[in-house]
Design a protein around this ligand. Structure first.
Ligand code: HEC
Length: 103
């Protein structure tokens, strides 16, 4: 357990923030990983593709947070993303900000 905590601290120091690590766990917790990966196309777009698409766009994090909760289709093709009602507003924004940081 101590070893695990030390490892987590190491990773968060390395990535420069604690929230980045919390969010990486969150993607597993909410099972986003079933359809998305950072740099490998799965059922949905890669997070890097998403980050590049919205780079520098004002309000992108808020818009993506809403899309994460509501789901939808048409941006990356016809495959729909199902709504994710378990994701709170706060977590949706964290997930969106994390994704946008991956470019
Ligand atoms: C069942 C598969 C599936 C799951 C589960 C899923 N997604 Fe998606 N996601 C998709 C698909 C398909 C798209 C493309 C939708 C489109 O083209 O508009 C997408 C698109 C996105 C986008 C880009 C939205 C846009 O408008 O550009 C983000 C961000 C995203 N997903 C985040 C998440 C997060 C975070 C989770 C977990 C809470 C998650 N997804 C869970 C399939 C999924």
């Amino acid at each position: 357990m101590y070893k695990f905590a030390a490892m987590l601290m190491g990773v968060s120091l390395w990535s420069g923030s604690n929230t980045a690590l919390a969010n990486a766990d969150m993607f597993r917790q909410y099972n986003c990983t079933a359809c998305h990966a950072e740099d490998k196309k799965k059922y949905g777009p890669t997070y890097q593709q998403v980050a590049l698409k919205y780079a520098g766009e004002e309000g992108a994090a808020e818009r993506l947070a809403k899309k994460i909760q509501a789901g939808g289709a048409g941006v990356w093709g016809n495959t729909p993303m199902p709504a994710q009602p378990r994701v709170s507003d706060e977590d949706a924004l964290k997930l969106a900000n994390y994704i946008l940081s991956l470019k």
